[in-house]
Design a protein around this ligand. Structure first.
Ligand SMILES: [Fe+2]
Ligand SMILES: [Fe+2]
Length: 195
C-alpha cells in the first residue's frame, strides 16, 4: 500500500486496542509534529506562493487533527499526557547523511514527511477493521483521517520530485522505503502510530 515495502501486522492493531490511552496520546503529538513540520518547510521556498499556501493549509489541517484526537481523548475520559520519544522518527532521520546544504535538508524533510504520512495511513487502514466492532465511531474517524493523510503523502512526495528532480528523488525514495520497512519491522508491536 502507498508503495510501502512492508505491511503492518494485525497484531499491532490488537496492541493498540489494549492501550488506547498510549495510542491516542502518541497520535495527538504526531499530529502536532506534522503541523510543525509543514510550517518549518515554508522557509525553504518562501517565494513560491503555491507552496506556501499548500503548506500553511496542510499545517492548519494537522492542527485540526490534533484537536479531533484530543476530543476523542476527552470523550473516552483519558488524558493527553506527556509526549514520549518517537524512536521511529529518530531512526528514520538517520537514513540521510548529515548535511549543511539547505536544499538537501529541504528535500530530506519533504521525503521524511511523505513517508511518515504514508505509514500513518497504512496503519490506520490496519486499525479500522479491528476498531469497527468495538468502537465504530472511532473507526469512522480513522477512515476520514486515512483520506487526508494519503493526500498529504502525495503532496510531500510530489514537492520532493518538483524541487529535487524526479530522476534524482525516485532512486533515493526507493532506498528510503527499503530502509523504513526494515526499521518498522524491527520496532515490534507497541501501541504507537509508528511503534
Ligand atoms: Fe494529520
Ligand atoms: Fe498529515
Amino acid at each position: 500500500m502507498l508503495g510501502l515495502k512492508t505491511q503492518t501486522s494485525p497484531k499491532w492493531a490488537e496492541a493498540v486496542l489494549q492501550d488506547l490511552q498510549t495510542f491516542l496520546t502518541d497520535h495527538a503529538y504526531n499530529e502536532m509534529k506534522a503541523a510543525q513540520s509543514a510550517m518549518a518547510v515554508i522557509n525553504h521556498q518562501p517565494d513560491d506562493t503555491e507552496f506556501v499556501n499548500t503548506m500553511s493549509a496542510l499545517a492548519i489541517e494537522e492542527i485540526q487533527h490534533f484537536e479531533m484526537v484530543y476530543e476523542w481523548i476527552q470523550k473516552m475520559h483519558l488524558q493527553l499526557g506527556q509526549e514520549s520519544q518517537n524512536a521511529y522518527a529518530m531512526q528514520l532521520r538517520k537514513f540521510f547523511p548529515k548535511t549543511k546544504d539547505r536544499q538537501e535538508k529541504f528535500l530530506q524533510k519533504l521525503m521524511l514527511s511523505s513517508l511518515m504520512e504514508a505509514r500513518s495511513c497504512e496503519r490506520f487502514s490496519v486499525l479500522i477493521p479491528v476498531l469497527e466492532p468495538i468502537h465504530p465511531e472511532l473507526a469512522g474517524f480513522y477512515k476520514d483521517l486515512f483520506a487526508s493523510e494519503a493526500r498529504h503523502y502525495r503532496v510531500f512526495l510530489e514537492y520532493a520530485r518538483k524541487f529535487g528532480g524526479k530522476e534524482r528523488i525516485d532512486p533515493i525514495w526507493d532506498r528510503l522505503l527499503t530502509y523504513e520497512a526494515k526499521l518498522i519491522d524491527s520496532l515490534g508491536h507497541k501501541a504507537l502510530v509508528h511503534g
